[in-house]
Design a protein around this ligand. Structure first.
Ligand SMILES: *Cc1c(COP(=O)(O)O)cnc(C)c1O
Length: 454
């Protein structure tokens, strides 16, 4: 057994290039190789059990080996795994589209499938641009996109173009199209130097200014509703989202809501948009869509947008886009089972007391000497570590604080994945109160120990 495991560890380093991972560091660490999962737990090849504190990168909402989803995939497998959606259809893709239209914000009527959040974003951008070309305004002027500072929308080139995290996106600049950047509410480090109390909505004022001057050239605005995830769980102030909606309507710009991270109960409601009764023109969902089982994404649009793509064949209004696995049956069957679990087990309703417990459990974190800010929105948590709480000075990148904290947590059987020096907690929604307590205890102790906070 042990020799086999050692061989796996060796071959992992020998052959696999891991995403978002400094491989030079990785090669000097003992890799954690997952063998099994069940509920909120993962087991490595040595049989050690860990809490999956980030839902296997924000996707696994009901825990691993969820009986109903296992079953749905097996049942579907007995019929067919895949047939194309290009010009053909299939049963789970139809049923899922209907269910998604029923449960997403009002006005979203059509579902375009793809395989990842990034692709879902690319599709949204292309649809928005083509939409303006094909409605009677044929001036072709509305081609630009507005996105927020600190935005993250995925790693493909279009998604990176609307992304605004210098560390991830800076180097690719020569590949990217031009976008308009508008300030985002990173309230802990407000660009206008305000405290939360002093905030006069400067971010929105700036956005309105941009729209006033440039909306004629703008096809759409893309936003992560309520929380900018990958930049460190930056939570927008109340009404920010609904005001964006109002501004997009006022200035005739499509509002694209990227719910890839926030969807499927993460924020305490099924969709972040629900908190402020917002209906975007285009919405992208992915991460939680199959309950963390299979890669599937969907871009939803209004009927009005869809209509702009209908016409005679020769008018070339077709949306010329489609990935090979679009609408794959196994993925759609998993997603349907996922939605059934949400409904039958009242997952979102049952989350409420857990969010309360999480909020309460996080209070002591704020008192640690090197914890600058604790951000929580539903079941999305970001704990920002700082060198100096007073000045908010960050640790040096080479100190690898975030990384060191999660490696310490790993020794205590909790798997986390930081965003720089922001420690992220994104547990499966199915986590029990006692598992949640364990997760918080291990995280607290790891931060305390690594940052020498007490
Ligand atoms: C993760 C994420 C994406 C990209 O999704 P992938 O499936 O990783 O391509 C896009 N937008 C947001 C907000 C995300 O969190």
């Amino acid at each position: 057994m042990t020799t086999q495991n050692r061989l796996l560890e060796f071959e992992d380093k020998r052959y696999v290039w891991h995403p978002f991972t400094q491989m030079e560091d990785y090669e000097h660490e003992i890799p954690l190789i997952v063998k099994e999962g069940s509920g909120v737990h993962l087991w490595d090849i040595y049989g050690r059990r860990y809490i999956d504190g980030v839902s296997s990168l924000w996707v696994n909402v009901h825990g691993h080996r969820k009986k109903e989803i296992d079953r749905a995939i097996i049942d579907q497998l007995k019929l067919i795994a895949h047939s194309t959606l290009l010009g053909l259809s299939n049963i789970p893709a139809i049923t899922l589209a209907k269910r998604l239209v029923e449960i997403t914000p009002e006005g979203l009527e059509k579902v375009f499938y793809s395989d990842s959040g990034s692709e879902g974003v690319e599709i949204a951008l292309k649809i928005a641009l083509q939409y303006w070309r094909q409605i009677d305004d044929t001036s072709g002027k509305k081609t630009k996109f507005i996105s927020f500072e600190n935005a993250y929308h995925g790693d493909t080139v279009g998604a990176v173009s609307v992304g605004k995290i210098p560390l991830f996106h800076g180097i690719y600049k020569p590949l990217l199209f031009d976008t308009i950047t508008t300030p985002s509410p990173y309230c802990y480090r407000c660009s206008y130097g305000n405290t939360k109390e002093e905030c006069g909505g400067e971010c929105l004022k700036r956005l309105e200014e941009i729209l006033k001057n440039e909306s004629e050239t703008v096809a759409g605005l893309i936003v992560e509703p309520l929380v900018q995830g990958a930049s460190g769980m930056l939570k927008a102030p109340k009404t920010f989202l609904s005001q964006i909606r109002a501004l997009c309507s006022k200035y005739n710009v499509l509002m694209i809501a990227d719910e890839v991270a926030t969807g499927f109960g993460r924020t305490g409601k099924m969709w972040a948009c629900e908190h402020e009764d917002v209906s975007p023109d285009i919405m992208i969902i992915a991460k939680g869509l199959t309950g963390g089982y299979l890669p599937l994404a969907a871009t939803l649009t209004t009927q009005e947008i869809y209509n702009a793509f209908c016409g005679e064949y020769g008018q070339k209004k077709t949306f010329y886009h489609g990935h090979t696995y679009t609408g794959n049956q196994l993925c759609c069957a998993a997603a349907l089972a996922n939605l059934d679990v949400f409904k039958n087990e009242h997952v979102v309703e049952k989350l409420f007391p857990k969010i309360k417990a999480l909020r309460k459990g996080l209070m002591r974190f704020a008192k640690l000497r090197h914890v600058g800010d604790v951000r929580l929105c539903g079941f999305m948590v970001g704990i920002e570590l700082v060198k100096d709480k007073k000045t908010k000075e960050s640790f040096l990148m080479e100190e690898k604080m975030g990384h060191n904290v999660i490696m310490e947590a790993r020794k205590n059987r909790v798997i986390l994945r930081p965003l720089g020096d922001v420690i992220v907690l994104m547990p499966p929604l199915s986590i029990t109160l006692s598992e949640l307590k364990d997760l918080l205890d291990v995280t607290y102790n790891a931060i305390n120990k690594v940052t020498k906070s007490s």
